[in-house]
Design a binder for this molecule. Structure first.
Ligand code: C2O
Length: 535
């Protein structure tokens, strides 16, 4: 094992896209930011120095940070922000994980431009459980706004208005030739005929679940969220914000230039967003003048495709990489997801949109929750997040006015160390149904079941997959449906859980788990590092 050191200098840089130049926050002046390359078993030290006028924190999305929430990164959850002119070193071990993950700013909406890939190579002498690719490429999908993202966020949080949708989708920071002034902002990847390539696809978009496809080429899915899967071949990948998907692509077509493209999956659209990011897969020796061929992407409302795609995802569950699904459950949680409206005297209409779990809208604390827990600071949070929604709770949203108002609070749930938890996330029709990609920090979980409509505690568990369910850190709760996850609470700390649609996170669709220490010294939270940013 080695120590891998990185320097992240947070700086503002002028970048032009879609015919406009604007200052954006970057790492080392790069957009997307640098890829962190590590090997399973390495120790990683990333020194982050903040030279921007915004507060900053960086999250290592999907890394478990065992007993080491201090390196997790969400602002006001596990640390206070790194202020302008200050630095902090994220110091962590990468154990028991291999594959593609990513890092991003975890404060306000700064992850719009502050993000990059994490590539974890398997231990030496441990080959991939799939054919060795000739070469690999990172494909990070994102969104671009012409205006300042901080202003957009304020529209939602301060004024109570739904913020503008993004102006473009991007592939490796570039919108591609379907957007104005973007011919030169087009990502291209060269391939040789007959060779196999590994694409590490990451969805870093703020608010859009995306389809991704390559004209003329199928993809074989081999890994999601840094966990190997059973292989399956597909024309398009569906990927929610926060998720990663590794695919193999064989360059077996006639030498040409082919579009790769990404476009939203909008299950319950208020407006259809058809903006298509494009990049180019170019066979060696083909000149730039050949017209690329567009891929067929599923329609923005192709729910049938989404359901069948997700049903194909299975853990590899091999002797070397077993799926250790908890078979018995110690703690049953049932959380309803709702959008609502609360009074807001300072907002334009006197109201603002909110989002809630079990009708509770999370209020961000002023100091880090992990510090408050570790140092036993009183009055920062309450440990009374309910295991079930208020009863009776009409989560069908008929009439629409039922349960629209939510309760505010910094309320968390306490979990006994090493207990097994089952959490059912149930979408509701409060205001509107929508798909919600939920992310849990500090853990992977098994997605044991999912369905459309209301979860039936009598019938649905009998259909759970407890053999080879997908193991992930982010899962889509389908529009008007439910998803059941299981995990073993073996990582003590305070772990954030939230919808990875940034808009919904801002509206309060988040909470955290406090996982207690175990009895042994190796079962408790590590002491905080000396340079942890003060509050
Ligand atoms: Cu990728 Cu809490 O986030």
């Amino acid at each position: 094992a080695a120590v891998k050191k990185y320097l992240f200098d947070i700086q503002v840089k002028n970048v032009s896209r879609l015919c406009h130049a604007k200052p954006i926050v970057t790492v080392n002046g790069r957009f997307p930011g640098p890829t962190v390359y590590v090997r399973e078993g390495d120790r990683v030290q990333v020194n982050v120095t903040n030279h921007a006028k915004y507060n900053m924190s960086i999250h290592w999305h999907g890394l478990k940070q065992f007993r080491n929430g201090w390196a997790d990164g969400p602002a006001y959850i596990t640390q206070c922000p790194i202020k302008t002119g200050h630095s902090y070193t994220y110091d962590f071990n990468v154990t028991g994980q291999r594959g593609t993950l990513w890092w991003h700013a975890h404060i306000f909406w700064l992850r719009a431009t502050v993000y990059g890939a994490i590539v974890i190579m398997p231990k030496p002498g441990t080959p991939f459980p799939f054919p060795q690719p000739h070469r690999e490429e990172t494909i990070i999908l994102g969104e671009w706004w012409n205006s300042d993202v901080e202003e957009i966020e304020k529209q939602g949080s301060k004024l109570g208005l739904p913020p503008n949708a993004s102006d473009a989708h991007t592939i490796n920071g570039k919108p591609g030739p379907l957007f104005p002034c973007s011919e030169k902002h087009t990502f291209a990847m060269e391939v040789e005929q007959g060779k196999t390539y590994l694409l590490r696809i990451i969805n870093a978009a703020l608010n859009d679940e995306l389809f991704f496809a390559i004209a003329g080429h199928n993809m074989t899915v081999v890994e999601v969220d840094a966990v190997y899967t059973k292989h399956f071949t597909t024309q398009a990948v569906l990927i929610a914000p926060g998720q990663t998907t590794n695919v193999l692509v064989q360059a077996t077509q006639s030498p040409n230039r082919y579009f790769m493209a990404a476009r939203p999956f909008m299950d319950a659209p208020l407006t259809v967003d058809n903006k298509t990011a494009a990049a180019i897969l170019q066979y060696k020796g083909i000149t730039n003048t050949v017209i690329p061929i567009l891929p067929k992407l599923p329609a923005p409302n192709d729910t049938a495709f989404a359901l069948s795609y997700n049903a194909k995802l299975r853990s590899l569950n091999s002797p070397q990489f077993p799926a250790n699904v908890p078979l018995k459950v110690d703690r049953h949680l049932f959380y309803t997801i709702g959008l609502g409206i609360n009074p807001c005297p300072s907002c334009l209409n006197g109201t603002r949109l909110t989002a809630s779990l079990n009708n509770i809208t999370f209020v961000m604390p002023q100091i880090g929750l992990l510090q408050a827990h570790y140092f036993n600071t009183k009055g920062v949070f309450r440990l009374d997040f309910p295991d079930n929604p208020p009863s009776p709770f009409n989560y069908t949203g008929v009439p629409l006015t039922a349960n629209l108002g939510t309760t505010l609070g910094t309320r968390l749930s306490k979990i006994v160390y090493n207990s097994t938890v089952q959490l059912v996330l149930q979408d509701t029709n409060l205001l509107t149904v929508e798909s919600h990609p939920f992310h849990l920090h500090g853990y992977n979980f098994f997605v044991v079941g999912t369905g459309i409509g209301n979860f039936d505690p009598k019938k649905d568990p009998a259909k759970f997959n407890l053999v080879d369910p997908p193991e992930r850190n982010t899962v889509g709760v389908p529009t008007g449906g439910w998803t059941a996850i299981r995990f073993k609470a073996d990582n003590p700390g305070v772990w954030f859980m939230h919808c990875h649609l940034e808009l919904h996170t801002s509206w309060g669709l988040k909470t955290a788990f406090v996982v207690e220490n175990g009895v042994g010294p190796d079962q408790s939270i590590l002491p905080p590092p000396k340079d942890l940013p003060p509050c």
